[in-house]
Design a protein around this ligand. Sequence first.
Ligand SMILES: Cc1cc2nc3c(=O)[nH]c(=O)nc-3n(C[C@H](O)[C@H](O)[C@H](O)COP(=O)(O)OP(=O)(O)OC[C@H]3O[C@@H](n4cnc5c(N)ncnc54)[C@H](O)[C@@H]3O)c2cc1C
Length: 395
Amino acid sequence: MDLDEYRLRARAWLEANVTGAEVEGASDTGGVTAAKTFMARLYDAGYSGITWPREWGGQGLTQAEERVFAGEAKDFTLPTYVFSIGLGMCGPTLVDLGTPEQKARHLRPLLRGEEIWCQLFSEPGAGSDVAALQTRATPAEDGWVVNGQKVWTSVAQHASFGLLLTRTDVDVPKHKGLSMFIVDMRAPGVTVRPLRDMTGRSHFNEIFFDDVHIPAENLIGQVNDGWSCAVTTLLHERLSISSGVGMGGQKDNPVAFESLRHTVDTADPVVKDQLVELYIRSRALALFNQRLSQETKAGIFPGARGSAAKLLLAELTMFQADLATSLVGPEAVAYEDDGGPAESIALAPAMSLGGGTNEIMRNIVGDRVLNLPPEPRMDKSVPFRDLKVSGGSSA
Ligand SMILES: Cc1cc2nc3c(=O)[nH]c(=O)nc-3n(C[C@H](O)[C@H](O)[C@H](O)COP(=O)(O)OP(=O)(O)OC[C@H]3O[C@@H](n4cnc5c(N)ncnc54)[C@H](O)[C@@H]3O)c2cc1C
């Protein structure tokens, strides 16, 4: 099918199947059930996992089809938020690094929205410096036993599975003693506590692991090679956050350009100027993302430039929220439960933290894109056991 025909079919499917009602209450249990029903329809129509391999449930198509679908989906609001971690990070990591058995078991239910996934990297003492994490996996009969705590874990309250980064060796430097596992979020010993953020909703959670058993076959990659697995996940994370591919659009975002231009006084030259700047920055980022995905298609891996795209999106989101705050008046603080400008404004700072902070993105761009001298790292060759880490002893 040529791309024009693909576009027409995708458009027709979206118009017939996205009513807007399916995003309501997207983070409560009823909303999640409706979102899962929608996701199954999206999958059955062939629009979930567009570029994923056919043998694992994907469509086996190219970035070109994915971009076409994303371009059409931008005019709709899809209820895909709870699936974003699985589709954008965990699934692509499994495609790259999973065993055939792991792929066969997990990828299709993930794509179809039957099983929600979360990413269990950050801890109270390990966010930017995630390699300092202290959650331990120790060998046991038939597998591993995990103890520790994670935090900031998005959508974990709805998740069936998580991608878990743990410490498996304290006698080697911190990056060399990590391993990655698939963890069943309903396993005995896993406690999920939702945390309320300033929107009033619970987008993320804290998770406690008390003697949680993980079967040996749930290891991803090799023992103690978890850092390179984590880097794979983080690269996918930055690209998926900045490009928003598969996530549906900004149509109903009350602080995005398309909404603001219809709700504010565009006859005012100052307002017009600010809107033009918002448009230019949004367009420049969209074109940069398009270039990165074209390069990926041509076999050129975007690497650390994905961090530049993520940084630009975080800065654009804050610019957009600041602009909306000055333009929409009392609505900027008058919080509506159905999500008005106030909710989007309150959510904006999250983009500068989640997926890596702006400072860390700048460090990566400076180090790996611009080849500036790297940050000094005193702890790179010291065994983890001998490091002072947040929360006390590392051993
Ligand atoms: C909405 C949201 C969703 C999230 N979802 C998930 C999730 O699903 N799974 C998950 O594992 N994590 C998740 N996170 C966690 C996120 O990855 C961390 O918040 C982030 O990595 C920062 O870690 P931290 O909060 O511990 O801050 P810290 O690392 O303690 O940083 C504090 C401040 O110090 C700065 N800083 C730290 N180190 C440096 C440095 N070397 N140079 C310059 N400045 C530095 C930071 O930029 C920041 O301003 C989420 C976060 C948010 C906000």
